[in-house]
Design a protein. Sequence first.
Length: 105
Amino acid sequence: RRANVLVDFFTAGGPQRGRSFFDLVANLVFLAITLLIAWQLGHGTAEKFATMDSTMVLRIPERWPYAFALILAWLLVIVTVFTVVRSAAEIGRGRPIGPQPSGDH
C-alpha cells in the first residue's frame, strides 16, 4: 500500500509533489540497483552456459537456475521502471496514482 511508518512520519505534512519526488528518487536508486543485479546475473548466466558447470556432489546443472533468476531479475527491472514512470507522472499531476498510502486505519 506504499506506506512506510518512518518515512510517513517526516513527510505526512508535506505536499503531494514533494512526497512523489522522494518516491521518484528512491525508485531511481532501486532501478540502478536492479539493473546492476540483472546485468551481472546475465554475465554469470552466460558463463554457466559456456562452461556447463554443475554442482560438485549431485552434478545438477547450474545453468538453469541462473537462467530462471535472470528472467526474474529482468522482470524486477520492468516493474521498477513502471514505478519510476508512475512517480514521475504523480509529480506532473500533483496527485497520487494507484493505491492510496495506508494510514487511515
